[in-house]
Ligand binder design. Structure first.
Ligand code: CA
Length: 732
């Protein structure tokens, strides 16, 4: 693999003799340089180069990149911990991150150091055996950026390459840190900071280039993936996923082709198609597979009136990694209108299909179908729904297109659709065991009531979906009846059992069939890890890290981590000992958007928990249920104020503070504030008095009357909570 600038890097100095001679004979300044070079030479992270990443399978004790290897199977050949002895796992160490927001990262491990990321894009280096912190790098993300983040202030991890840790920041920077010291080597702003872009995904490194995407399609942006030189941070190429204004000319032929599938003036709202999570590279075929997100706004009727496929939203696009040149695409949801991103985990494997071994890629995107594609050509091999899908009956094997069901496209009428915008599967990584031949999917059964926003107007930089949260009064009886157990009373504040459920799904990708499942009564369960010990590990919103028999699905072991878990576990080996590590910290989209189901999760408290056989570290204690008893707060709110407040709340507050002001155990539940807080809403909401906590100022879009209305709505919700708690004898 080429690497043009290698010879310029000081730590590439080949000779120990040279370093020793320099250190002994020349000035202090030169000696300092040589010591630094020597340090970097001895840092094992320097050995994580193209060769090591391609040959990652040869280093089972390490975890070198996001999905462990470029195949991103999240399968470990380590087999000290097995289905026979997993019940002897104990806590080896715990590291407290001191954060209370969602934790989604996959840690990396090389030569005794665990590198990981947390809320607000902070990067950590910990001693992998003791948990002692080696360094922390806080990129000082301005807290007002939270206003642009649809799905909590999370980060899914870093990349390791030639002595550097590479990581994205919520405010759109790509940073390179010295792996040994945590010092900044370079940083690059990858987005226009005036636009509502954010980075939550992990970068990947391919042949000396750092690849990074971004999010923001809920607000109105044009999605793209960028490649930066790992040595300098300079932009090498950028691939836009949706066309811009044709009047400005197209960047390439792919954009010209894509523009033929759009209508209207989509570029005015950005078009969407953000690459906010998954992409991976096949070194043999030299193809980079990029998962592309939903359109912006969601509602296609408003985004591209008259329809069209709207390439390349909700697609997997194959590119040449050296140039960003388009090779092929497969669109999972043509003309998406439901937020069915295809940026979910992309996994590569060799599968026996009809008597021959084929190079495939697999994805379980939000739309509920499990796809197996030929990764050389993009040809559909098979697709089958892995959860309930009421938007499409099946994927036509001849055309490769979904066969939509009538009524699912909510052009002028409300529609109940499975899956909803949180998907049949979200960003939580799945895993594949070559031993069992099964893919382990953090699946969920969730529906949504899509209500077209008939008065929609795009508002620059704000929440722009083109759908509105359903108001009970607007919901037709027939629609209510379609959701079992729903009435007009329960609809506005749906009880937990209506929100959805999750399950760990063991899926046979060849037969396209379920083999087993483990059912949970909440959705939004953690990413998975498969191991050669015939185990599958997964965390839960209830704070457990759990091990299952990979063949049978039998639950074999669990341990409490102190917070709801959404992140995926990893495993690694140091000396003779195999470890399992998990990052615990409830949050992410479902955690912040809230609902009664999200409140069942254990409150967010960020930590790294590492387990080994026979380890006898102290177990994490359970905290008592933190449900706060609210008092009555007097207020003179008129029904008109409450209604107007709800409308404003739904547009500006809901995405973080939750449906019907029911928070999800991550961000403050507004109904439970101490009463004095309600007197300071102008300062908090308009002026940003709590910006350090991540509560931005909204003076650019709200005025004091709006704030009074929002307060009226919140206090009305508090009244209802108070009444419920009184009725149930003082609450839970
Ligand atoms: Ca989305």
């Amino acid at each position: 693999m080429h690497h043009s600038t290698r010879s310029e890097t000081p730590a590439r100095t080949p000779s120990w003799t040279l370093a020793i001679v320099l250190a002994l004979t020349v000035t202090l300044a030169v000696a300092a340089v040589s010591t630094r070079a020597q340090q970097r030479r001895t840092s094992a992270t320097y050995g994580v180069d193209d060769f090591a990443l391609i040959a990652a399978e040869a280093r089972p004790g390490d975890w070198l990149s996001y999905g462990r290897t470029y195949k991103e199977q999240r399968y470990s050949p380590l087999d000290q911990i097995t289905s026979e002895n997993v019940d002897q796992l104990g806590i080896a160490w715990v590291y407290e991150l001191g954060s209370k927001r969602g934790i989604e990262a996959t840690p990396l491990v090389v030569d005794g150091v665990l590198y990981t990321t947390g809320a607000w894009s902070v990067v950590y280096a910990l001693d992998v055996v003791t948990g002692e912190p080696l360094w922390t790098h806080d990129p000082d993300v301005p807290r007002e950026v939270a206003q642009k983040a649809c799905c909590d202030v999370v980060n899914r991890g870093a990349a390791l390459y030639e002595g550097k840790i590479l990581s994205g920041t919520l405010d759109g920077r790509l940073i390179a840190l010295d792996a040994q010291t945590g010092e900044l080597v370079w940083e690059t702003q990858t987005v226009d900071p005036e636009q509502p872009y954010t980075i939550t995904g992990a970068p990947r490194v391919v042949k000396g280039k750092v690849l990074i995407g971004n999010g923001g399609a809920e607000y109105g942006v044009r999605g793209y993936l960028s490649a930066y030189d790992a040595d300098t941070g300079e932009l090498v190429w950028r691939f836009y996923t949706v066309p811009g204004n044709p009047a400005d000319g197209f960047e390439n032929e792919a954009m010209e082709m894509a523009a033929k599938t759009w209508n209207g003036e989509w570029w005015k709202t950005g078009g969407g198609g953000t690459v906010w999570d998954s992409f991976t590279w096949d070194p043999e075929l030299d193809l980079l597979y990029v998962g592309v997100g939903n359109g912006s706004p969601w509602n296609q009727n408003l985004r591209s009136p008259g329809g069209g496929d709207n390439l390349f939203i909700s697609s997997i696009v194959a590119l040449r990694p050296d140039t960003g040149e388009y090779v092929w695409h497969y669109q999972t949801t043509p003309g998406d209108t439901w937020d069915y991103t295809a940026t979910q985990h992309i996994m590569l494997a060799e599968l026996p299909i009809d008597g021959r071994v084929r190079k495939v890629l697999m994805q379980a995107p939000k739309n509920g179908f499990f796809y197996v594609l030929d990764r050389a050509t993009g040809e559909l091999i098979s697709a089958k729904n892995y959860v309930t899908t009421t938007w499409a009956s099946h994927v036509d094997p001849d055309t490769g297109r979904p066969v939509e069901l009538p009524g699912a496209r909510f052009v002028d009428e409300t529609a109940v659709v499975f899956p909803g915008p949180l998907g049949g599967h979200n960003w939580h990584p799945m895993s594949y065991s070559p031993l069992t031949g099964l893919v382990y999917i953090p699946a969920q059964e969730m529906s949504n009531l899509y209500v077209p926003d008939l008065e929609y107007e795009h508002q620059e930089g704000q929440w722009n979906l083109g759908v509105t949260p359903a108001q009970a009064a607007d919901v037709p009886d027939a629609v209510l009846e379609a959701i079992p157990g729903t009435t007009k009373e329960t609809f506005e504040d749906p009880p937990a059992e209506l929100v959805g459920t999750g399950h760990l799904l063991a899926w046979d990708p060849v037969a396209q069939e379920e083999r087993w499942r483990f059912q949970y009564d909440v959705p939004w369960t953690g990413g998975t890890l498969a191991t050669a010990g015939n185990l599958v590990f997964q965390g839960t919103p209830y704070g457990m890290l759990t091990a299952y028999d990979a063949t049978s699905g039998e639950k074999l072991w669990e341990s409490y981590t102190g917070s709801g878990v959404i992140a995926p576990p990893i495993t690694f080996q140091v000396g003779d000992t195999q470890y399992v590590a998990i990052m615990s910290g409830w949050g992410g989209a479902f955690g912040v958007v809230g609902s009664r189901a999200a409140r069942k999760a254990v409150e967010s408290e960020g930590r790294v928990v590492v387990f080994a056989l026979g380890a006898r570290g102290e177990e994490i204690e359970r905290q008592p249920d933190a449900e706060i008893q609210v008092t009555r707060v007097e207020h003179q709110s008129t029904p008109e104020m409450i209604a107007a407040g709800k409308t404003a709340y739904n547009r500006y507050c809901l995405v973080c503070h939750g449906y019907a002001a029911v928070g999800g155990n991550v961000i403050t539940d507004l109904r439970q504030s101490i009463p004095r807080v309600y007197e300071f809403y102008d300062q908090i909401v308009l002026e940003g008095a709590r910006v350090e906590n991540g509560m931005p100022a909204f003076a650019d879009v709200l005025d004091p009357q709006d704030v009074a209305n929002i307060r009226a709505f919140v206090l009305d919700r508090r009244d209802r909570l108070y009444q419920e708690q009184q009725a149930s004898g003082g609450g839970r």
